[in-house]
Design a protein around this ligand. Structure first.
Ligand SMILES: [Fe+2]
Length: 189
């Protein structure tokens, strides 16, 4: 369950409203799994709604960055994170659902999306907001980028950020090991 707190706020209304909606859609998944036997069609439909909303939100954020003329170095990395999220979730759902039980698959998806949203919103989305406010107050996009591409966190937020990065790392190691095992089985049938 991903719970909204002030640490996630970018202070840009449309971005915060859409992030809250993403939390709400994500939190429907564990509710659906906890309600008894998970229904693949229901999970698929929640996931589709979540992905469609994420896609719309990413487009809105990218339009916002273009509208405020953010430095292309920021926009390129930010856009890449959005693309990799769409690819990873789709890929995980397609591959995992072929080989694992649905409860386990749903738990992995919830873990991945929770950690990814935490890492992304506390990270690059906060940096984006800082640069937008700085440009609004007279800095050039280059100055805003050079002076504001990192964030100073309090210790609670640092822990949240570290936990999410470690979780994403563990999950990607797990996926690598699975692929290695599959590859070895193909090479030595
Ligand atoms: Fe973003």
């Amino acid at each position: 369950m991903l719970v909204w707190s002030d640490s996630f706020a970018t202070k840009i209304e449309i971005v915060d409203t859409q992030h809250k909606k993403l939390f709400e859609l994500l939190n429907r998944l564990p509710e659906c799994v906890a309600s008894g036997r998970p229904d693949p069609e229901m999970i698929d439909s929640i996931l589709k709604e979540l992905m469609a909303y994420a896609d719309k939100h990413f487009v809105d954020e990218e339009l916002l960055m273009a509208h405020h003329h953010l430095d292309p170095r920021h926009i390129n990395v930010h856009r890449m994170e959005h693309k990799s999220f769409m690819y990873d979730v789709q890929n995980m759902w397609e591959h995992l659902s072929l080989e694992e039980d649905l409860t386990e698959v749903s738990e992995k998806l919830v873990r991945f999306v929770t950690s990814w949203l935490t890492y992304h919103i506390l990270g690059i989305d906060q940096v984006m907001a800082l640069q937008i406010f700085a440009i609004h107050h007279g800095e050039t996009p280059e100055q805003a980028y050079e002076l504001r591409h990192t964030i100073k966190y309090d210790s609670a937020t640092t822990h949240l950020m570290l936990d999410s990065v470690l979780d994403l790392w563990h999950m990607s190691m797990d996926r690598c090991h699975r692929l290695e095992t599959k590859l070895a089985a193909l090479e030595n049938p």
